[in-house]
Design a binder for this molecule. Structure first.
Ligand SMILES: C[S@@+](CC[C@H](N)C(=O)[O-])C[C@H]1O[C@@H](n2cnc3c(N)ncnc32)[C@H](O)[C@@H]1O
Length: 290
C-alpha cells in the first residue's frame, strides 16, 4: 500500500520536514532529537523537502530566549507547562549561610518592576499557546527585598490565568538570616486556562510536597527534582505536549520522556542547554536499554 510519511527534523532552530512516499513494510528506525519514532519502509522515495516557518514548531529544546521561542509557537498547542523562572535574586541566592549568584551566563538582577512585567508577558504568552483547559505549574517563592516580602501574587493576579491552587514545596533549602524565621519552602502555583481542567489527583498527593532539591551534580544549581515534575505530569493524564520556557538542565523534558510525553522548551544559556541535551540523550538511552 502506498503511504506518505512526514519526518520533522531540527536544523538551525528551524523545523524542516521531509515528505516521503513509500510502500509499507517493516524496517525500524528512530529519530532521537525530536522524540520521533517511526517505521521506515524498505523502499523509500524522497518526494520533497520543505522549509516551514518557525510557527510550525512541534517538539524539541531550543537554545534561545523564551519570548523568542514563544513568538514562534502556534496558539493552543501546549497541554501543560512546568517551569521555574529565574527569581531575580541577583547574587542573593542562599544555601545555608552561603550567598551567591548561581548562574554563569546572566546576572538575574532586573529592577523589580521590570522583572514582574517580564514575567506577566511570558505568562500571558504561555496562556496564548496553551489549549483551553490546559495548565501551568509555576514554581516561585516569597522573596525579601529591602526588608519587605514580595509574593508572586503581585504579578500572577495581573495575568490572564485562573489561580487554581497554591502548593507548598518543602525542599530542604535554607537561609539562616537571624532577622526572620528561616525560610525553607518554595511555592508551586497551579494556574489554568479556564476553570475546567483534566487534572486528577491519582497519586493521593496533598498540597505540601517534600522533595529535596536535586541539582545536576552541581552543574546547574537551581534545578528542581525530576520526581516533582513527574508528579504533575501524572496528574494530567491526557496531556501530550509538555512545555518549559526556562528549561535549565532539562528536568521537565526528562520527566516528560519518563512519562511517555513530548516536550518543548527553551534555555538561554548555551552551557545549560548542552547539559540538558546530554541528560535527555542519556535518558532516552536508558529507556532503550531497559
Ligand atoms: C531556575 S532555572 C530553571 C532550572 C530547571 N527547572 C532545571 O530543573 O534545571 C532558570 C533557567 O532559566 C534560564 N533563563 C533565564 N532567562 C531566560 C530566558 N529569557 N529565556 C530562556 N531561558 C532563560 C536560566 O539560564 C536558568 O537556567
Amino acid at each position: 500500500m502506498n503511504q506518505t510519511l512526514i519526518v520533522f527534523v531540527e536544523i538551525n532552530y528551524k523545523i524542516v520536514y521531509l515528505c516521503l512516499s513509500f510502500e509499507r513494510s517493516g524496517r525500524h528506525s528512530k529519530e532521537h532529537g525530536t522524540n520521533l519514532c517511526f517505521t521506515l519502509p524498505d523502499s523509500v522515495h524522497l518526494s520533497g523537502i520543505f522549509f516551514i516557518p518557525m510557527a510550525k514548531i512541534i517538539t524539541g529544546l531550543y537554545n534561545i530566549d523564551c519570548l523568542e521561542l514563544l513568538s514562534s509557537i502556534n496558539d493552543e498547542i501546549i497541554d501543560l507547562t512546568i517551569t521555574s523562572p529565574p527569581y531575580n535574586l541577583g547574587d542573593k541566592h542562599h544555601t545555608g549561610n552561603k550567598i551567591f549568584n548561581p548562574y554563569d551566563d546572566f546576572t538575574d538582577n532586573l529592577p523589580e518592576i521590570e522583572y514582574q512585567n517580564q514575567q506577566i508577558k511570558v505568562l500571558n504568552e504561555i496562556y496564548r499557546v496553551t489549549k483551553d483547559g490546559g495548565s501551568i505549574m509555576y514554581n516561585h517563592k516569597n522573596r525579601i527585598r529591602n526588608g519587605v516580602q514580595i509574593t508572586p501574587y503581585e504579578w500572577l493576579l495581573k495575568t490572564k490565568w485562573t489561580i487554581k491552587q497554591e502548593i507548598v514545596w518543602f525542599n530542604g533549602s535554607q537561609n539562616f538570616d537571624k532577622c526572620r524565621f528561616y525560610p525553607m519552602t518554595e511555592r508551586i502555583f497551579w494556574l489554568s486556562k479556564g476553570i475546567k481542567t483534566n487534572f486528577i489527583n491519582n497519586i493521593n498527593q496533598h498540597d505540601l510536597i517534600k522533595d529535596n532539591a536535586e541539582g545536576t551534580n552541581k552543574e546547574h544549581k537551581r534545578s528542581f527534582p525530576i520526581k516533582l515534575a513527574q508528579r504533575f505530569i501524572i496528574c494530567f493524564p491526557d496531556s501530550n505536549l509538555i512545555f518549559d520556557p526556562y528549561m535549565g538542565s532539562g528536568t521537565t523534558a526528562i520527566a516528560a520522556i519518563k512519562e511517555g510525553k513530548n516536550y518543548l522548551g527553551s534555555e538561554i544559556s548555551k552551557k545549560y542547554h548542552d547539559i540538558a541535551k546530554d541528560r535527555i540523550k542519556n535518558q532516552i538511552l536508558t529507556l532503550e536499554l531497559f
